[in-house]
Design a protein around this ligand. Structure first.
Ligand code: HEM
Length: 475
């Protein structure tokens, strides 16, 4: 994005929803529905509009070219918002997600290496063990007729996977009764979402019950994460070759801590362990849950996905080799379509590091700009009949298309230098769990059926997605 010439209209000349003195649009907002409100305003005020939260001036953009350029021009022209950095620092969670500049570059390098696709094939046997644990857990639930909160179930799976791949530790929360680390992780995202957007940092002066609950959760989390870090320290002390050739993210972080010139502190290590736990937990679990919701909504597509899985897995209950998980073109089309309509990050927020031009306006340095990522993938000019759930659209060859299918506007994992480094791990988990589910269970909404709704708690989750599983009667 080019720095600004004159002759442009100002931020104040942008259209936007009328607000109140002092409060701005605060009373019209609900932060757990923030994305829906911003998308609705875009219908009225166009691809770039302004609004206020108390004294803070914000803008929202849904022009695909501007959105893609903002993603690409990080970290030099745009940054994540200062409020994300401040809120995560206060929670002791300022890691790769909320760092900027060189600080971010150093951390990103280690995360990207550790989550690199090359690690996924050797990791697959462990993923199979964890998937089998989920299968057994769900068989027990099916036999007992238990109603399952699908997101919570899946978060046990995703945390177990992340801790094994990134730290070399098998938490096995899938087979743990009683409190698990997810109870503490659960408290973080909703409050982070609130604090990042809040007009005033009241919690620095007054602790409400929810702030005290968060403090308690963070204290417990600190103990749990310290245990992980100490275990990895012991492992490395027993086998010093791991300093030269670390086998996972946490070993690489600790090795870098000891290496000259990198300068990671214990706080950086702690924050990044938490960052990976948080970044890998809700996102992947919610994406699988949204996909299952669509499987339940569209039985004909579900039957086709199941036939595809049966054809590949044969009599095996789960994928027997990583290669098999790449042999599900319709399942892949199905979850892509689910992510197009229900991305777990429907919006994200950035700030320009200098005054920038956007669509004929000057957006001053430091203005929080909300990027409406879902909106661009749900416009008819980018995806034909965009509001329709149609996995088939992902199956066509490009030369056979009669409708728009602009995959550059499909950004469930972001794009540019800060795109999600966990993407391939996430997709592997999604394919492995969906194929296991389709192969082994019939699923139905629990009764009484409740409307499944979107709720933004940093990541967007389906609320009320309660299901009953039945062991599949094999022909
Ligand atoms: C379906 C699952 C997932 C989705 C939809 C998702 C989505 C995203 C998105 C939208 C971003 C921001 C990208 C940007 O700013 O351009 C992001 C960042 C990130 N994700 Fe994911 N993610 C998923 C799973 C994971 C997993 C499994 C991990 C690791 C265990 C992970 C680790 C991260 C990290 C560390 C960042 C910060 C990157 C940076 O700032 O440089 N994510 N993810």
């Amino acid at each position: 994005m080019v720095a600004v010439p004159t002759s442009l209209r100002s931020y104040d000349e942008l259209d936007g929803p009328p607000g109140l003195p002092l409060l701005g649009n605060l009373l019209q907002l609900r932060f757990d529905h923030f994305h829906l409100i911003l998308e609705r305003w875009a219908d009225t005020y166009g691809p770039l509009y302004r609004f206020r939260i108390g004294p803070r001036k914000l803008a929202a953009v849904s022009d695909p070219d501007v959105i893609k350029r903002m993603h690409r021009e990080r970290p030099d022209m745009f940054r994540r918002t200062r409020s994300v950095e401040a809120a995560t620092r206060e929670m002791r969670l300022k890691g790769v997600f909320s760092s900027e500049g060189d600080d971010w570059r150093r951390q990103r390098k280690i995360v990207a290496m550790a989550l690199n696709t090359a690690h996924l094939k050797p990791f697959f046997p462990k993923l199979q063990v964890t998937t089998t644990r989920l299968l057994r857990r769900w068989e027990r639930a099916a036999d007992a007729g238990t109603t399952l909160d699908l997101c919570r179930e899946l978060m046990r799976f995703t945390v177990d996977v992340t801790t094994q791949l990134a730290f070399g530790i098998d938490f096995n929360t899938l087979e743990t009764d009683g409190p698990v680390i997810q109870h503490n992780l659960d408290k973080v995202f909703p409050i982070l979402n609130w604090r990042v957007n809040a007009p005033f940092a009241y919690w620095r002066y007054l602790r409400l019950p929810r702030d005290r609950a968060l403090d308690h959760a963070l204290d417990e989390l600190e103990g749990q994460v310290d245990d992980i870090i100490q275990e990895v320290h012991r492992r490395m002390a027993a086998d010093p070759s791991l300093f030269e050739a670390p086998t996972n993210f946490l070993e690489a972080m600790i090795a870098a801590q000891q290496a000259e010139g990198i300068g990671f502190s214990d706080a950086d290590v702690f924050a990044n362990v938490c960052t990976l736990l948080l970044a890998g937990e809700d996102t992947t679990a919610n994406t699988i849950a949204w996909t299952v919701n669509y499987l339940l909504e569209y039985p004909q597509h579900c039957a086709r996905a199941r036939a595809e899985v049966d054809g590949v897995l044969g009599s095996a209950p789960i994928a027997e080799a990583i290669e098999q998980t790449h042999e599900f073109p319709f399942v892949e089309a199905f979850y892509n379509e689910a992510m197009r309509l229900k991305p777990v990050a429907p919006i994200n927020a950035m700030e320009p590091l200098q005054d920038v031009e956007m669509l004929g306006h000057v957006i001053p340095r430091g203005t929080v700009v909300m990027l409406l990522n879902r909106r661009i993938a749900t416009r008819d000019e980018n995806f034909g009949h965009a509001a329709t759930f149609d996995p088939e659209r992902w199956m066509h060859h490009d030369d056979a298309r009669t409708e728009p299918h602009d995959t550059t506007t499909f950004l469930p994992f972001g794009t540019g230098p800060r795109f999600c480094p966990g993407r391939n791990l996430a997709l592997l988990q999604i394919r492995t769990v969906l194929s296991m589910l389709l192969r082994n269970f019939d699923v139905e909404f629990a009764s009484p059926r409740q409307a499944v709704e979107e709720q933004l708690a940093f990541a967007m989750r389906p609320v009320n997605l309660n299901v009953r599983l039945h062991r599949r009667v094999q022909a």
